[in-house]
Design a protein around this ligand. Structure first.
Ligand code: ZN
Length: 640
């Protein structure tokens, strides 16, 4: 995620790696399709799932679900097509659930006749939820589960009309990564298990449902929507959103879903999307998912973006108005290769998703916007990594991180993202771009539609790059990169001449050689602004803060990235004129990347903590459960 919709799936056959079969509606066909791709022969241990995919594997899901806004409940029927993969003919099916009300479980040998089955829900673990164990007679191939979600389901956010742009209709969306799919569908919630799926979703008639699947943008609004995902995907990529949504096309196979009142603005921000898809295809091979669309969510979305296949979910806080935040779109698009096509088998391998994606994101930006722009992103990324490394414990600085007994959301630091990307850049600089590009492209082809471990990657890297040139390979300490804390001393060092000029301006102003109004910032991009603010000393007196604010109206900035950085400085330096804006920011945006550091900074002083608690009391009901979990911890919140 971080760092990433749906239509008339014209299924441009050219772009599908999988054979297109006619009439894929039936499960039989879907099963044929998933059988057509290579699947890992064995299961790996996943500390974040109860499932037993080494014995019984779910291959396909048929979901039917009713969206009940008044009860904040999804009422569902999940039909799981299963396959026994081990010799143990008595192994039960073990699924992951969290906070689900299981009504009935039935089993069937053929999908036509169902008989009631016994089942047990085990004890609840704080992070994992509870296992649902279903004994399976040998001949069973389908399991049908009727269930409903709880209003506090960790993967489902219900929004009141007041929390939307249009203010008239409610909105609901899911966020399944990392292990929240189990809070709205009972399934094997481990990324090593891939399923194809179909869904039928019932909503109020005037609202539109969209999913991480084939969607028809011309579908009539009648409250009855059907979807299918023909490529096998991990459970964390199953996604649903329902609201007053309209669609705007961007290109032949790209478009934007958004609330009608913000759709046009977003259209302008993302105008280069089609160009970015083409740039990525040129580098890493065909886009294999048919359409690439974006869904703009209301501001409480806790992430920048979520790479749900075919339909990136995105925060509206990317609406900077100057296209400077297209990096987010590049990131989520890149996941169509790194993450969605080749997937981490467990959350300890998360860097395979995110490190590769940040690397790809920068390559896309370089192709579309040039090297200077790309290097600004790289410098900012390295700075963010350094800041994290300064506070993290050694074990958390390791790419192949151990997350046993912990919430996998705790692994969401800069390490898998930026350290992972730096490692790939090191390989690129050592072996040369041509060779490394060829390697990466073959990597995506080789592991397409598979979930792999860090060991699988290292093995492939050795055979296909390192062992072919031992002299160059000696310069890249692979084990240190993957299994040791910190950054190897010979790691790449991105530099940006544009940033050096910005630093020069900052120094001149700090030494009082020029007033703030004479800082030559007229053509600065968001990145240059962020770098400028970042290069200022942590302590800045009231006069300096005021001077900057008067010259550049930073308190009033509508650019979320700049506003965030300025508000952080304002808390640090007790710059009171920015406090009303701080309160407005924290009560209108739920993106964790912004709100968590602001609450952390506030919590450093007693008066700040008091202010933080007062704001949080109002804002908490509007935040996503994932953000709430984070901020509760920051503020030691136990006030019901
Ligand atoms: Zn990402």
């Amino acid at each position: 995620m971080n760092q990433t919709a749906l239509l008339f799936c014209l299924l441009s056959g050219l772009y599908l790696a999988l054979p297109l079969l006619a009439g894929l509606d039936t499960m039989k066909d879907a099963n044929n399709l998933s059988a057509a791709v290579s699947l890992p022969a064995h299961a790996v241990e996943d500390p974040h799932s109860y499932a037993n995919p080494g014995d019984v594997r779910v291959r396909h899901l048929d979901l039917e679900c009713e969206v009940l806004f008044d009860q904040k409940t999804l009422k569902g029927t999940a039909v799981l097509s299963i396959e026994r993969v081990s010799q143990d003919k008595h192994a039960p099916l073990i699924l992951d659930t969290r906070n689900l009300n299981i009504a009935t479980v039935e089993t069937s040998p053929d999908g036509a006749r169902y008989t009631a089955a016994t089942f047990t829900v085990g004890s609840v673990d704080k992070f994992l939820g509870a296992p649902l164990t279903i004994p399976l007679p040998e001949t069973v191939t389908r399991v049908r589960i009727k269930y409903s979600t709880n209003p506090t389901a960790s993967g489902v956010q219900w929004l009141e009309p007041s929390q939307t742009a249009g203010k008239k209709d409610p909105f609901v969306f899911t966020q399944s990564q990392a292990i929240h799919a189990r809070s709205w569908i009972p399934l094997q919630d481990t990324p090593q298990v891939r399923v194809t799926y179909t869904a039928r979703v019932h909503t109020p008639r005037h609202l539109l449902a969209v999913m991480s699947a084939e969607n028809d943008p011309r579908t009539p609004r009648d409250g009855d929507y059907r979807f299918r995902m023909q490529q096998p995907i991990p459970s964390y990529l199953i996604a649903l959103a329902v609201g007053d949504l309209s669609f705007r096309p961007l290109g032949r196979r790209t478009g934007v879903y958004a609330e009608p009142s913000v759709a046009d603005f977003f259209l302008n921000e993302t105008a280069t999307t089609e160009k970015m898809v083409r740039a990525t295809e040129k580098l890493y091979g065909p886009y294999r998912w048919g359409r690439y669309d974006l869904l703009v969510l209301p501001p409480s979305f806790p992430f920048g973006g979520m790479e749900n296949p075919r339909l990136t979910f995105a925060t509206p806080t990317v609406l900077a108005g100057d296209k400077s935040l297209v990096a987010l779109v590049a990131h989520e698009l890149a996941h169509s290769w790194s993450g969605n096509l080749v997937t981490n088998a467990t959350w300890s391998d998360f860097w395979l998703n995110e490190g590769f994606t940040v690397y790809l994101e920068r390559r896309i930006l370089e192709t579309v916007y040039g090297r200077e722009r790309e290097e600004m992103e790289a410098v900012l990324g390295l700075r963010a990594l350094d800041e994290d490394l300064a506070t993290l414990d050694d074990p958390d600085e390791i790419l192949h991180v151990d997350l046993k007994g912990r919430d996998p959301d705790a692994g969401f630091t800069q390490v898998p993202y930026e350290k992972g990307a730096l490692f790939l850049r090191h390989l690129e600089e050592t072996f040369g771009r041509t060779r490394f590009d060829r390697f990466l492209r073959s990597y995506f082809d080789h592991f397409a539609f598979q979930s792999i471990t860090t060991a699988d990657f290292v093995d492939y890297l050795k055979k296909n790059l390192l062992d072919r040139d031992s002299k160059l390979a000696a310069r890249v300490p692979v084990d240190e990169w993957i299994n040791k804390p910190g950054i190897p001393s010979n790691a790449p060092k991105p530099t940006s001449p544009a940033f050096s000029r910005v630093e020069g301006e900052a120094q001149r102003w700090l030494r009082n050689e020029i007033p703030a109004s004479k800082i030559s910032a007229a053509k600065w991009t968001t990145h240059e602004w962020l770098h400028f603010l970042n290069s200022l000393p942590k302590d800045l007196d009231r006069k300096k803060m005021e001077e900057l604010d008067q010259a550049f109206h930073l308190t009033g900035s509508g650019n979320s990235e700049i506003a965030f950085q300025w508000l952080l400085m304002s808390i640090r330096n007790r710059y009171e004129p920015a406090y009303p804006r701080l309160e407005e920011f924290l009560t209108s945006i739920g993106r964790r990347k912004f709100i968590k550091p602001l609450y952390e900074e506030l919590a450093k002083t007693p008066e700040g903590k008091e202010r933080a608690l007062a704001i949080y009391r109002r804002a908490r009901p509007t935040y996503h459960p994932i953000a709430v979990t984070s901020i509760d911890e920051v503020l030691k919140w136990n006030n019901p």
